[in-house]
Design a protein around this ligand. Structure first.
Ligand SMILES: Cc1cc2nc3c(=O)[nH]c(=O)nc-3n(C[C@H](O)[C@H](O)[C@H](O)COP(=O)(O)OP(=O)(O)OC[C@H]3O[C@@H](n4cnc5c(N)ncnc54)[C@H](O)[C@@H]3O)c2cc1C
Length: 314
């Protein structure tokens, strides 16, 4: 069985979208290929007619700091992203998460776009992006879903190298990319262009922690990312993301509600843990862990990730 018939190196968004939308219909985006090629080889994904390599499209390789946001191109290799100083300064949770993805060879080619588009509920980069309130810019064919171009012009960073009109662009919350385990909502010809993450302000911090099997199965037994806004020891605002805890990455809204306005104390942590356990849908997976073990890890990870985020604020 061949993995693909044709390998196409796209040099612009329009170029990639044109190839992705032409027949036959099984043309497929490839970035680092660390998920996709294994899936095809192991028969979990049908072979592609044409693999469309998006890694040399300039807009997808852009890293930029605007007055309010970080702009992270979806095809920047993780190894390069780790060395970008604003990432550590503004998004410690994401920096920590991508430092843990695979080993150096994987990080040399793997991308954040692939980590999200693969739509696994516990992908490390995606969990960190969710806690950081990232939104996603998506390019689609002219006949794709409509967008409000006035919104694009207001919220894109200055000097965005995409001429609106050449392709359609829309901005949406990260979770709207998820349809279920391994299933994204992206339709044919749609490309994740970039992630937009609010800059860190005074009193804010974030952290990422995970528990992994030592044999190195690619996905964590459980992971968690926290974004925290503390004033003295009062939690002004908080976002908690974890996985796998259901069919999509989980934002622990119940726990966040319990914690807002409270002191960062053991009592608050116990209440928050109970709230996560009420909301999460942990399951037993044959190669990784039982649901009971994951329930136990929730309290451990919440304590550790919050303590780390609090320390990072200083
Ligand atoms: C040895 C090994 C260890 C790993 N360890 C980890 C780990 O610790 N944590 C973890 O989270 N993951 C891990 N992974 C999984 C994988 O490396 C990551 O999910 C990676 O970020 C995927 O990115 P990629 O560029 O290689 O995606 P690809 O394999 O190129 O693509 C994945 C999917 O996303 C689609 N896609 C890619 N880019 C875009 C885009 N811009 N727009 C729309 N669709 C797109 C592709 O069509 C495909 O369906 C590991 C993988 C391996 C092989």
């Amino acid at each position: 069985m061949s993995t693909w018939n044709t390998y196409y190196q796209a040099h612009s968004l329009e170029d990639a979208i044109a190839v992705l939308t032409q027949s036959p219909s099984n043309n497929q985006i490839i970035a680092g290929g660390t998920d996709l090629l294994l899936e095809i080889q192991q028969g979990r994904h049908p072979p592609a007619h044409t693999l469309v390599d998006i890694t040399t499209i300039p807009e997808l390789n852009r890293l930029e700091v605007t007055s309010a946001y970080l702009w992270i191109g979806s095809a920047v290799p993780l190894a390069k992203l780790i060395t970008w100083q604003p990432l550590q300064q503004h998004c410690l949770a994401l920096y920590e998460a991508i430092n843990l993805i695979g080993g150096p060879q994987v990080r040399n080619v793997a991308t954040l776009g692939g980590n999200v588009a693969h739509a696994l509920p516990a992908a490390d980069g995606a969990i960190a992006l969710l806690a950081l309130d990232a939104t996603v810019w998506i390019a689609s064919p002219e006949n794709g879903r409509t967008i409000d171009s006035s919104q694009v012009n207001q919220s894109t960073p200055n000097n965005l190298p995409i001429e609106v009109g050449q392709v359609r662009l829309r901005n949406q919350p990260l979770l709207d990319c998820y349809a279920g385990p391994g299933k994204s909502t992206l339709s044919a010809g749609e490309i994740l262009v970039a992630f937009q993450i609010p800059l860190r302000k005074d009193g804010e911090s974030s952290a990422f922690r995970r528990v992994m099997r030592p044999q190195g199965v690619a996905i964590a037994i459980q992971n968690m990312a926290v974004w925290l806004h503390l004033e003295k020891d009062t939690i002004m605002d908080i976002r908690i993301a974890l996985g796998p805890a259901g069919p999509k990455p989980l934002r622990a809204h119940f726990a966040e509600e319990k914690m807002r306005g409270q002191k960062l104390s053991q009592a608050t942590l116990s209440e928050a843990t109970a709230a996560i356990l009420a909301e999460a849908r942990f399951r037993t997976s044959p190669h990784r862990a039982t649901a009971e073990y994951r329930q136990h890890l929730t309290s451990v990870l919440l304590n550790e990730t919050l303590a780390h985020a609090e320390a990072g604020r200083r």
